[in-house]
Design a protein. Structure first.
Length: 153
């Protein structure tokens, strides 16, 4: 069962998740790591090697090692941009789910100025450190990955 979730659509969307059902201290975050054996399609041509994760419809750039070391913003959130590539036309939407604790608040931005396919920049302001599952959706297709958000020392 997902502990906290938020659907991120359009510009900026604040959302609240349910109460936790697991202890963060006893939770091992199953971070997603790209498979070096899988070659991204030619459209994904400007991302650094070793960070790309994807399928037949969506590709995303992940933080190295699955851990996002982020600075705490003045509002307390941890913000990160994600690079996406859409291999078919459609509007990208995101869903963020905290796997190891409740999600007090999540903000997301999916800039629709990038057109119907190809590169798409997005941003998520995570409300706290922890294990987060993010799903990108393009129509009925989706790509899900897990990252560990930590405060940068």
């Amino acid at each position: 069962m997902a502990i906290g979730s938020a659907l991120l659509l359009g510009c900026t969307a604040p959302l609240v998740g349910p109460e936790p059902s697991a202890s963060p201290a006893s939770f091992a975050c199953p971070v997603t790591r790209p498979d070096p054996q899988i070659t991204p399609p030619p459209i994904v041509d400007n991302a650094p090697p070793g960070i790309l994760y994807g399928n037949a419809v969506l590709w995303v750039g992940l933080p190295p090692g699955g851990e996002a070391l982020l600075l705490r913003q003045p509002d307390g959130a941890f913000s990160r941009k994600f690079m996406w590539w859409r291999l078919k036309p459609g509007r990208l939407t995101l869903e963020a789910k905290r796997l190891d604790a409740a999600t007090p608040l999540v903000h997301g931005e999916v800039d629709q100025a990038y057109g119907d396919s190809g590169f798409q920049a997005t941003g998520i302001a995570f409300s706290s450190e922890g294990c987060w599952e993010i799903t990108g959706r393009l129509g009925s297709d989706s790509l899900t990955f897990v990252i560990l958000v930590k405060e940068k020392p």
